[in-house]
Design a protein around this ligand. Structure first.
Ligand SMILES: NC(=O)c1ccc[n+]([C@@H]2O[C@H](COP(=O)([O-])OP(=O)(O)OC[C@H]3O[C@@H](n4cnc5c(N)ncnc54)[C@H](OP(=O)(O)O)[C@@H]3O)[C@@H](O)[C@H]2O)c1
Length: 356
């Protein structure tokens, strides 16, 4: 099969374009000369599209950005969005870790939603490459020895609907997408590439982004809790995640799966470093002992006690060699990422800051 690489001038569909990662990606694609069609659930909602239009205008690309309405749970919803596209970046997903109905609220949008996107791609017949934004959670697992270093050869087999529905969703969507493409006849075939980012921090562009993964930093700045759990995070800057997607679109022969992150670090150390950068802001950076973390999760509906039971205090180092070798990734230092996450949160009032 000839390479599905795409280049400036080609039309790329980005699903969930208003999201934290996808917004940065839309900006970088426009900067790089691509035409972009972003999908959002409601194209009339200014909260979803206005910041993207502003990004396009800032780089003189207003005429290269368009939108299509699409919902992961509606079959055929992505048909219009992918028509005429050379590539699709599928970034839309339900990014929550706890839900009263985890199958419906977390797993189905990822697995059924990904199949819906691929159905539309197959029907369109013009898409050469699909980049699926998966996650490191499709790779990690607490069933491995504590000194195991995770690579793209690993698959998360530890997560269940009860203890980590988001992990189940990301593993399931990767596997479903691969099975879908493997079953296609040659004439309908297209390339499928998975990227597996770690914990994504970096500048939120609009207030809703402060509720995506930058929320961890926001909560520390806001002292939502007195401290943080000892979790190992494989941190990456959102601008580097977007750059990895652009590299994967352009690459002649990209690897089928690739971890994207800069550094493995304990959350407690990261947040102490952050406090050092903003000494006048009273942050909640104390290391919270595991029993108290578990207790706190009982009153916070966004946390899953069964998942925290396994993750708190457990080293989960990942290896980013493939991303550096295949995509030439040179990652921003985590200190820069932390500072650039916190600065807009503080300056725009998206975190409730208490000064000393
Ligand atoms: N942030 C991280 O640390 C991280 C790490 C690894 C991988 N990832 C993956 O990266 C991707 C983007 O994540 P993100 O952090 O940018 O999250 P985000 O800001 O929450 O973006 C998620 C996007 O998906 C859309 N979406 C959710 N349910 C949908 C549905 N039923 N139909 C259509 N669109 C729907 C959201 O639209 P609405 O605004 O309308 O809800 C939003 O545009 C996800 O696949 C996530 O799993 C994220």
């Amino acid at each position: 099969m000839p390479s599905g690489a795409v280049q400036a001038g080609d039309l790329v569909c980005v699903t969930g374009a208003n999201g934290f990662i996808a917004s940065h990606l839309v900006g970088q694609l426009l900067e790089a000369g691509f035409r972009v069609r972003g999908t959002v659930r409601d194209v009339e909602d200014p909260q979803k599209v206005d910041h993207l239009k502003a990004l396009a205008e800032a780089c003189g690309a207003a005429d290269r950005l368009s939108f299509a309405a699409a919902d992961l749970m509606v079959a055929g919803s992505f048909d219009d969005a992918v028509t005429g596209c050379a590539a699709v970046v599928h970034a839309a997903a339900s990014v929550v870790f706890n839900h009263p109905d985890p199958q419906k609220g977390i797993v189905d949008p990822s697995i059924e939603g990904t199949r819906n996107v691929l159905d539309s791609v197959r029907r369109a017949g013009c898409v050469r490459r699909v980049i699926h934004t998966s996650s490191m959670v499709a790779v990690y697992g607490w069933d491995k020895p504590r000194d195991h270093v995770f690579t793209e050869d690993d698959w998360n087999r530890a997560s269940t609907l009860k203890n980590d529905p988001y992990g189940v969703a990301k593993v399931g969507s990767e596997r479903a997408a691969r099975a879908y493409v493997d079953a296609l006849p040659e004439a309908e075939s297209f390339e499928l590439i998975h990227l597996n980012p770690g914990m994504v921090f970096g500048p939120p562009l609009i207030k809703p982004h402060a509720k995506a993964s930058p929320r961890l930093v926001r909560d520390v700045i806001s002292r939502a809790q007195p401290g943080v759990p000892r979790l190992m995070l494989s941190v990456v800057d959102v601008r580097d995640v977007a750059a990895a997607h652009v590299a994967a679109l352009r690459h002649d022969d990209p690897p089928s799966r690739c971890l994207i992150f800069a550094e493995n670090a304990w959350m407690t150390d990261l947040m102490s470093e952050l406090q050092g950068m903003f000494p006048d802001v009273r942050m909640g950076t104390m290391a919270i002992p595991k029993p108290l973390v578990l207790l706190a999760s009982l009153t916070d509906a966004t946390l899953n006690i069964r998942q925290l039971w396994h993750l708190v205090g457990r080293p989960m180092p990942m290896d980013n060699t493939r991303s550096r070798e295949a995509y030439g990734m040179v990652y921003r230092p985590v200190s820069e990422t932390l500072r650039d996450t916190a600065t807009p949160l503080i300056e725009h009032g998206w975190a409730r800051v208490k000064r000393r």
